[in-house]
Each structure stands twice: as structure tokens, then as C-alpha cells.
Design a protein around this ligand. Structure first.
Ligand SMILES: [Zn+2]
Length: 323
């Protein structure tokens, strides 16, 4: 299926910066950036500030360089300022070594160095890439679930990975002992593992699809929102975002669909014969009282999402009746 014509697509490559020396140098540059930024913004917002004073809130949040409430470091650059050669970023004559875990594709346009809460620096390189096209016709609906984090109608599964729970004990221990640095490291580790799993799942989905559809909100998740830990383990917004931009780059159709009733509706006959509400959460498999089809919960929902997606975009796909 052809993508829509044809604005440039951008992809950001993010590499961790090696070494403490580069870090110090970047902190200094970050502080300089803050100064310039604040100066420029000061000029720009004089008018705004006056307005603010009128409503009695004159204080604005600036980019702060020092102290516990400092802004995380940020140094923007263009392709004029930085030259990437192998795993080295040459920034105004200074070599900054990167953990270059993948090759850069496309045309380097701009980027920035950014700092995370742990103080680690990253080099983020924005490249313009060519959109691809595909003639695959396979349609994949994805159900965001509770037992499995996400499941496609054709059986691809993102297990409800225990990113948080696996490290929960360590985290509690570190918090109890007030080891701030370790707490930050564990949080970063959880986030990285989650991101990695979401990247792999979304890549696998997009690589075999002509169209990808995903529910706009997880109804099971809403019902089960008491389970706070599950919210640590899943990151629907991130998964949707990955699916969207990867589909976009690959020329794969993508849409979010309203997933209301996708759990209850039978994907064979469209009767609302499936499990409902909080009690229904435990029901993994059911028999449709209208047509007798045996439905596995997640697969049935994913099939409904695929069908709704095809209807939304006017594509031919599995089934074609409005719920
Ligand atoms: Zn049925």
C-alpha cells in the first residue's frame, strides 16, 4: 500500500556519549546555551512578561544551570557545527566519542547533545530519510491487553514483560538506603528494557505488514487501573508512537481505531456476546452465543481492530461490517 506523498521523513539516532571529559565539556556548553537561551527568550518575551504581570504571575521558569532544580543539559547543533566520522562527533574542533550501536542512515540535518537525569550525555542526530513503499497487503490489528502487553491478530506477542517487577526489590532496597545514584540507574535500566522490547515488537509488526491498526485506548487497562504496577510495565503511548513512525517510514498504512466493544464483539458475527466489565477481565476464551464461534479474547479483539482499521481507511481487509 502506498504511503501518502511525499514530505521528507526524519529519523533521530541517539548515541550515548563516552567519557567524563566530554561530559564536563558539554556541561560547560550546556550552561552557555542556557545563558544565550535565557537572554534571547528575555528579549522575545518582554511583551509576554508584561502580560503575565498583569495577571499577577510574573515569575517564569528559566533554564537554570546550577543547583538541584537545574535544567538538564542541552546543546543544539546543525550539520554545519558537527561532523560525524565513525564513532566520533567532531564538534567545533573537539572530539566527542560516542557509543555508536548502529549506523546512521539518511542525510544528517541537525541535532543536539542532551543530558538525562543521571547526568549521562547523549548525541541525538536528526537525519532526513527516504520514505519507502511496500506492496505487502497483510493487515495487522493489535490489541493492547492486560495479560499480554500487546498481541496481533496473526499471533505476534509482546509478553507482559516484567520490566518493573524484575527490578522492584532492588529498587526498594536502594530507596530504603537512600542511594540516589543507584535508584536513578535502576529507573534508567527499566526504561531502557521497556523501550528495547517495544522497538523490537513494533519493528517485527511493521516489517510484515501492509497496514497496521491499533486500539486508541486499552479498555482492559482502564478497568484494571487499580493495578498500578501494570502501568509501569506497559507504555502504550510509546508503542503507538513507534508503530506510527515506523509504518510511516516504511510506507505502511497506520491508524488508531476506537476500540470500544472490540473485546465484546464476536469477530465472526459481530454480536456483542463476549466478556464484559471487570469480571470479564479473567475470561480468556469464550463461545459466541449467537454463532457458536470459539473466541480467544486477545485474538478476537485484534481481529476486530484490524477490521475497523480497514473500514476507517477504506481498505479491503478481513470482514467488512460496521460494529
Ligand atoms: Zn459470533
Amino acid at each position: 500500500m502506498a504511503g501518502t506523498e511525499q514530505e521528507p521523513a526524519y529519523l533521530t539516532f541517539s548515541f550515548r556519549v563516552k567519557g567524563a571529559t566530554s561530559g564536563k565539556h558539554l556541561v560547560a556548553l550546556g550552561n552557555a546555551t542556557n545563558t544565550v537561551w535565557n537572554y534571547v527568550i528575555q528579549e522575545i518575551i518582554d511583551e509576554f512578561l508584561t502580560k503575565r504581570k498583569e495577571v499577577g504571575r510574573p515569575r517564569l521558569r528559566w533554564r537554570v544551570s546550577r543547583g538541584p532544580r537545574r535544567s538538564l543539559g542541552w546543546v543544539p547543533f546543525t550539520n554545519q557545527d558537527v561532523e560525524i566520522s565513525g564513532s566520533i562527533a567532531l564538534f567545533r574542533g573537539r572530539k566527542i566519542r560516542l557509543w555508536k550501536h548502529r549506523e546512521i542512515e539518511g542525510r544528517f540535518k541537525s541535532g543536539n547533545f542532551s543530558q538525562d537525569a543521571r547526568g549521562c550525555w547523549y548525541c541525538n542526530i536528526v537525519c532526513e530519510i527516504e520514505r519507502q513503499t511496500t506492496n505487502r497487503t497483510h493487515v495487522v490489528g493489535i490489541d493492547l491487553g492486560h495479560k499480554t502487553a500487546a498481541k496481533s491478530a496473526d499471533g505476534l506477542e509482546l509478553p507482559q514483560a516484567r520490566f518493573y517487577r524484575d527490578l522492584e526489590d532492588k529498587l526498594a532496597e536502594a530507596q530504603r538506603r537512600d542511594r540516589k545514584r543507584q535508584v536513578q540507574t535502576i529507573h534508567a535500566k527499566i526504561a531502557n528494557r521497556r523501550k528495547d522490547a517495544l522497538h523490537k515488537f513494533s519493528r517485527a509488526v511493521v516489517n510484515r505488514s501492509g497496514a497496521v491498526f491499533v486500539g486508541n485506548i486499552s479498555s482492559t487497562w482502564q478497568i484494571a487501573s487499580g493495578a498500578a504496577k501494570a502501568t509501569h510495565d506497559v507504555s502504550w503511548a510509546m508503542l503507538r508512537n513507534f508503530l506510527k513512525y515506523k509504518s510511516d517510514h516504511a510506507g505502511v498504512a497506520f491508524a488508531q481505531v476506537n476500540e470500544a466493544f472490540t473485546t465484546q464483539a464476536c469477530s465472526e458475527c459481530f454480536a456483542l456476546s463476549g466478556p464484559q466489565g471487570r469480571e470479564g477481565l479473567a475470561v480468556r476464551q469464550w463461545v459466541c452465543s449467537d454463532c457458536g464461534a470459539v473466541q480467544a479474547r486477545d485474538r478476537n479483539a485484534a481481529l476486530n481492530i484490524a477490521r475497523l482499521g480497514c473500514e476507517t481507511l477504506g481498505l479491503k481487509g478481513p470482514g467488512s461490517r460496521v460494529l
